[in-house]
Design a protein around this ligand. Structure first.
Ligand code: SF4
Ligand code: FE
Length: 516
C-alpha cells in the first residue's frame, strides 16, 4: 500500500468542516421528523448539532493531520483516518487516540466509526471470500474505497436489521423485509428491500455500506448482501430518531440545551427496492462469510467505544467544575469521587487501547485488534458511564433537575431573583453555574445521554453479545490445565508443553513486540 505523496488536492475533495457542511446541501433526501418531511437537514436546528459533530472530524484532520488523517495509499493525498484501512499496530492505536480526542472536543457521538470499522472488516473478509470462492469482491471494494478517498467522503455502515421475530432466521420471518434482502435481480445489479434501525449518522453521510447483521444459514442466501449505496439513492426514506430533550434546540437561547453545538444522530433507513450496481456489490449470497464479517466488524467496533472515555473526560471536568462552583471542591469525599470517575474512565480507555496494541495482521494485510480485549472494553462501556454519570449527578446536586429555564434567568423581573438565589461560590456567576449544570443534565439525562449511556449499552451489540464472545474465547481448558499442573493433578501430555496450547488470545498476550 505505497503511493507517492501528491501535493495536488482535487477540487471536489472535502477538506474542512465547512466544505463538508456545504457538501450535504441540496441532496433532496427524504427525511421525516415530527410528521413532516424536512426541507434541508443542514438548516434544521434539531439536526444541525449532529452535522457539526461530523464536521469536527474534518476540522481535527486540518488542525492535527497526524492524528486524524493519513496519506491515502490510493490517491497519495491526505484523507480522513476514518477512511483508512489499518496496516500496522500504530494505525489501530491512532484510531483510538483520535476517537478519544473527538469525544473530548464534542462531548457526543461523532458518528464516523461505523464506516471506518466496516471498511477495515470488509477489507479482510472480501479478501478471504475471494480466496475461497474465486470472486472479485476485494478489488471492487478497493476501487470503491479509492473513490471515497478521492472525495474524502463520510461513509456510514448500515448493519442493524429490524429483525422481526428474534426467534426466527431471516428466511423464516412472516415478512421477509424484517431483514434487508435482495428483492429483484437484473444483469446490471440487484435491488434491495428492508429497513436498518438505529443508523448512526446516516443522514450526515455521503454513502452507506449495507451489511448483514447476523450469522446466516444456507437458506438465507438473499439476505447475504453487502453493497454501497449513495445516501440520496432513489427509494430510500429516513425516519429521524427522537432523543431526550432534543426539541430544546428549537427553543430560543442556547443555555438549556447544555451542549448547543454538538449531538449524535440515529435514524431508521428504509430501502424500498433500492438499486446496487454489480461493481458496488461486495457480497452476494456467500452466507458462510456473514458470521466472519459480523465477528470482525464487532471486534473493531467494540474497541472503538473508547470514544466514551473522551466524552467521560468532559463529564469529569463538568463534575469537578460544578464542585468548585458549589464551593465544595476541597472536600476529601469530592476529590475521591473524581478519582473514582477517572479510574472508571481510564479502565474503558485502557482495555480499548490494549485491544489495539495487541492487534495482528489478517491474510489480506489489514490489521485487526484483539477480540477478547475489544469485547472487554465494550462490556465496560455498558456499565461504567452509568456509574460515572451517577457520580456526576451526585456532585451536581438536585438543581441539575429542578433548575428554571434560560427565559427566567433573562427575565427583567424574575431574572434578578434567579441570579441571587441560585448563586454558589462568589468566584462564578449564576449563569456560569447554570451552564455547567445543564451540560451535566445533557450528558446524563438529555440529548447526549443517548450516546453516553443507552447507546453505550446497545451499540455494537448489547451486553449479552459481549459475554457470549468473552465466553467463546476465554480458553477454560487451557486455564484448567494451568491450575491442575500447580495443584499437582494429572494432566494429559507434557505439562511443560502448555505453551504450545496458548490459543489465539494468549498467543497475542505472550507475543514479542514486532510479531505480526
Ligand atoms: Fe464512534 Fe462512539 Fe459514535 Fe460509535 S458511539 S460512532 S464508536 S463516536
Ligand atoms: Fe454506535
Amino acid at each position: 500500500m505505497n503511493a507517492a505523496v501528491s501535493e495536488d488536492v482535487s477540487p471536489e475533495k472535502i477538506t474542512t468542516g465547512e466544505d463538508y457542511i456545504d457538501s450535504l446541501r441540496g441532496r433532496g433526501l427524504k427525511v421525516w421528523l415530527f410528521g413532516e418531511e424536512v426541507d434541508e437537514p443542514v438548516d434544521h436546528p434539531m439536526i444541525r448539532p449532529s452535522i457539526n459533530a461530523v464536521a469536527k472530524t474534518y476540522d481535527l484532520a486540518v488542525s492535527n493531520p497526524e492524528l486524524a488523517s493519513v496519506v491515502s495509499p490510493f490517491t497519495g493525498e491526505r484523507v480522513s483516518r476514518f477512511l483508512h484501512v489499518c496496516t500496522d499496530v500504530n494505525d489501530l492505536v491512532l484510531q483510538n487516540k483520535m476517537q478519544r480526542r473527538l469525544g473530548q472536543l464534542t462531548g457526543t457521538c461523532f458518528q464516523r466509526c461505523v464506516g471506518m470499522d466496516a471498511f477495515n472488516s470488509l477489507y479482510s473478509v472480501t479478501w478471504e471470500m475471494d480466496e475461497a470462492h474465486g470472486t472479485s469482491y476485494h478489488q471492487r471494494m478497493k476501487e470503491f474505497l479509492t473513490e471515497m478517498h478521492r472525495h474524502n467522503y463520510v461513509v456510514g455502515g448500515a448493519m442493524t436489521d429490524v429483525k422481526g421475530d428474534r426467534g426466527k432466521a431471516p428466511h423464516e420471518q412472516s415478512d421477509p423485509d424484517m431483514f434487508v434482502h435482495i428483492s429483484k435481480r437484473t444483469d446490471e445489479g440487484v435491488y434491495i428491500r428492508g429497513a436498518k434501525a438505529h443508523q448512526t449518522g446516516c443522514i450526515n453521510s455521503h454513502w452507506l455500506i449495507v451489511m448483514p447483521t447476523l450469522r446466516l444459514g444456507s437458506k438465507d442466501k438473499d439476505f447475504a448482501i453487502i453493497g454501497a449505496i449513495p445516501v440520496d439513492a432513489e427509494g430510500i426514506t429516513y425516519i429521524y430518531g427522537r432523543q431526550s430533550c432534543d426539541s430544546r434546540s428549537m427553543e430560543e437561547g442556547d443555555l438549556d440545551v447544555g451542549n448547543a453545538d454538538y449531538s449524535g444522530q440515529e435514524a431508521m433507513v428504509i430501502f424500498d427496492d433500492v438499486f446496487i450496481p454489480n461493481e458496488l456489490i461486495f457480497m452476494d449470497g456467500e452466507t458462510d462469510y456473514a458470521a466472519m464479517l459480523v465477528q470482525r466488524f464487532t471486534t473493531y467496533h467494540r474497541r472503538s467505544y473508547v470514544c466514551k472515555s473522551g466524552v467521560g473526560d468532559v463529564l469529569i471536568g463538568a463534575a469537578a467544575q460544578v464542585a468548585e462552583m458549589n464551593g465544595v471542591d476541597r472536600a476529601s469525599h469530592v476529590k475521591d469521587k473524581l478519582v473514582e470517575m477517572t479510574h472508571l474512565n481510564e479502565t474503558i480507555y485502557g482495555t480499548g487501547i490494549a485491544a489495539s496494541y495487541q492487534g495482528h495482521a489478517t491474510k489480506s494485510g489489514a490489521w485487526i485488534c484483539d477480540d477478547m480485549l475489544a469485547n472487554v472494553c465494550k462490556h465496560h462501556v455498558t456499565k461504567m458511564p452509568y456509574e460515572i454519570g451517577r457520580i456526576a449527578q451526585d456532585l451536581a446536586g438536585g438543581l441539575v433537575v429542578t433548575m428554571p429555564s434560560e427565559q427566567e434567568l433573562n427575565h427583567p423581573e424574575i431574572g434578578k431573583l434567579i441570579r441571587k438565589y441560585l448563586k454558589g461560590s462568589d468566584s462564578f456567576t449564576t449563569e456560569e453555574r447554570m451552564r455547567i449544570l445543564r451540560l451535566i443534565e445533557n450528558m446524563t439525562l438529555g440529548r447526549n445521554a443517548v450516546g453516553y449511556l443507552t447507546e453505550s449499552m446497545h451499540g455494537a451489540g448489547s451486553p449479552q453479545a459481549q459475554r457470549i464472545e468473552i465466553g467463546r474465547t476465554m480458553q477454560l481448558e487451557y486455564k484448567k490445565r494451568l491450575a491442575r499442573v500447580l495443584a499437582g493433578l494429572e494432566v494429559e501430555g507434557d505439562p511443560d508443553a502448555l505453551v504450545e496450547e496458548l490459543g489465539s488470545y494468549f498467543s497475542r498476550v505472550f507475543s514479542l513486540p514486532g510479531d505480526a
